[in-house]
Design a protein. Structure first.
Length: 562
């Protein structure tokens, strides 16, 4: 990014965004988001000429040629990557002012604003100068402090009371009514626990109620995608649902054995959700930024502002209540007795039923639309223009990876350390950068590899450094760390393998008695399927471990975190 002469919020572009966090939104990242908002407005107004280019060159602090290059890249990629810094110039996240001085500015501003939110540069700058002199630091210029204060004023964490609440509310786009005519302009997404128990496909014993994640297009009321899982609502389920919603579903429908038509798909312009932790997570927000998706949040405890998705979920659940093992009786307005004993459908059976019911929903007349969602979808795209089709990312796996949970880690000479596990590959050699934290994505169901995010390039899949450690889920690994911390601390791959692979196969194959234990066993089986699919030929290991084997080990009776 070129150096901007002034910091601008998103107000001029008409966008409300989630409050930035230090973990995700660096100064350069926020500036890139502002530049993207500027270019969207520029292209929308049709003012793409030398005069407007010169205007943005002055605003961004770059040359006019750089403005044209960024506009061309944005038209091609339609994402935030067009404005992220490359390898030339200062490193992304770097500042001319030292980190200690940055902390002095932030601490001083926060102290003043905790006393009075009306404190300005006139009061704060002399305090910054005196604090720097007292600590033997070189004081920054008044202009530098002014630029930092412009950014700090937008962070609710720097204020208290009503001011903090007001800033939090400003960062959330709220609409009481929708007037959306373009397909994929706004897509609502939400979770629910299905109103039916499912059974294990082998033992036919009840394993609990699954979680359903659904995405619906507001303009056409079409269901874009869904995800059914035994996991609790999380950013992982959001990533899987979005992958199902964005890409064509013909291959997926054939794989699950359901013969229906479900043509709705495409990359949304905006995602509307509640305030669940997964929708405010770093992985979700960064994935939205990378794919040019605006995140819209409804006010807390106001489900009426998400009425479209709530109504759809209610419709689907009323159909689910017709199935054996239903957990709610409309006549009794309560849960029927012994619902678990009546369960008969597996997770795959329930998924097939829901997909078929969604296909029927698309062909039924919608009362609000006055037509079927299928007809509304086709008509909406005919209005967009001849030959226009939904935007679809080039790589489904890369798209899913961009929404997975993330951690920031340094890529060192020994690779990447995450959850006390070490990852290394020859592909990391060009990425070595001492002291710089990078974004590392991971799939909680399979910790056999992690994904190092790169600017304008495909993420690098980095396998475990020790090949003796078997594929393991995050929940199993955390359980092992609690149960046998000495095995994890020693890094003994052989003992870890024995702990994660019980020797008593007969005992491990017996059907657990409790519902909770059966559910955990079913989740473990689902993780193993994911791990088997992901077990592709890995890159060569750059650093071979030098660990000693220990024959002492007991079967691992693991417990899963709920």
């Amino acid at each position: 990014m070129g150096k901007r002469r002034s910091s601008r919020g998103s107000k001029a572009a008409g966008h409300n965004r989630a409050a930035p966090t230090e973990e995700v939104d660096s100064l350069e990242w926020r500036e890139a988001r502002d530049c993207a908002a500027d270019v969207r407005a520029l292209i929308g107004d049709g003012r793409l000429n030398n005069a407007s280019a010169m205007e943005f060159a002055e605003r961004w602090g770059v040359s006019r040629a750089t403005v044209w290059r960024r506009v061309r890249r944005f038209r091609r990629d339609r994402s935030l990557r067009a404005f992220l810094a490359g390898s030339r110039g200062r490193h992304t996240g770097g500042k001319l002012v030292g980190g200690v001085v940055e902390d002095v500015i932030k601490e001083t501003a926060r102290e003043w604003w905790h006393r009075t939110e009306n404190a300005t540069i006139a009061e704060i700058y002399p305090s910054v100068v005196s604090t720097c002199k007292a600590r033997g630091l070189s004081a920054p210029s008044r202009a530098t402090v002014a630029r930092r204060l412009a950014l700090l004023r937008t962070d609710p964490a720097n204020f208290k009371g009503d001011v903090r609440k007001a800033l939090q509310d400003r960062s959330r786009l709220v609409k009481a009514r929708y007037s959306v005519t373009q397909p994929l302009a706004v897509v609502q997404i939400d979770h629910t626990v299905a109103d039916v128990f499912v059974v294990d496909p082998v033992s036919r014993r009840c394993i609990g109620r699954p979680t359903l994640t659904v995405a619906i297009d507001i303009a056409t009321r079409s269901v874009l995608g869904c995800c059914l899982s035994l996991e609790a609502p999380s950013v992982l389920l959001v990533a899987l649902c979005l992958e199902n919603a964005v890409f064509p579903k013909a291959d997926w429908l054939a794989r699950i054995g359901v013969d229906v038509m479900w043509p709705m798909h495409g990359l949304p312009i905006a995602l509307h959700s509640d305030n669940g932790r997964e929708f405010h997570s770093a992985g979700f927000r960064r994935g939205c930024d990378l794919n040019g998706i605006d995140a819209i949040y409804r006010p807390p405890a106001t489900p009426r502002f998400g009425g479209h998705i709530e109504r759809l979920i209610g419709t689907l659940m009323r159909r689910v209540r017709l199935l054996p093992g239903s957990t709610y009786s409309d006549l009794l307005a309560a849960r029927p007795r012994r619902a678990e004993a009546k369960a008969a459908l597996t997770l795959a059976d329930l998924r097939g039923f829901l997909v078929e019911d969604i296909a029927r929903y698309h062909t039924r007349r919608h009362r609000t639309l006055g037509m079927t969602p299928q007809t509304a979808w086709d008509a909406a795209w005919s209005r967009v223009g001849p030959g226009k089709r939904p935007r679809v990312p080039s790589d489904p796996l890369e798209f899913r990876c961009e929404f997975l949970p993330l951690q920031r880690r340094v890529v060192g000479r020994e690779g990447i350390e995450l959850f006390r596990l070490n990852y290394s590959s020859d592909d990391l050699i060009p990425e070595l950068e001492a002291g710089i934290k990078r974004v590392v994505r991971y799939d909680p169901r399979d910790l056999s590899r992690v994904y190092l995010e790169r600017e304008r390039a495909t993420p690098i899949a980095v396998p475990l450094r020790d090949p003796r450690i078997p594929p393991v889920s995050l929940w199993e690994w955390n359980a092992l760390r609690r149960k046998e911390p000495e095995v994890v601390d020693r890094g003994d791959g052989d003992r870890v393998r024995r702990s994660l692979t019980p020797e008593d196969r007969a005992a491990s194959n017996r059907t657990p008695k409790s519902l909770q234990a059966r559910r955990r066993a079913a989740r473990k089986a689902a993780w193993r399927e994911v791990q088997a699919i992901a077990a592709l030929p890995a890159s060569d290991i750059a650093l071979q471990p030098t660990l000693t084997s220990n024959d002492v080990g007991a079967p691992f009776a693991w417990e899963v975190l709920e």
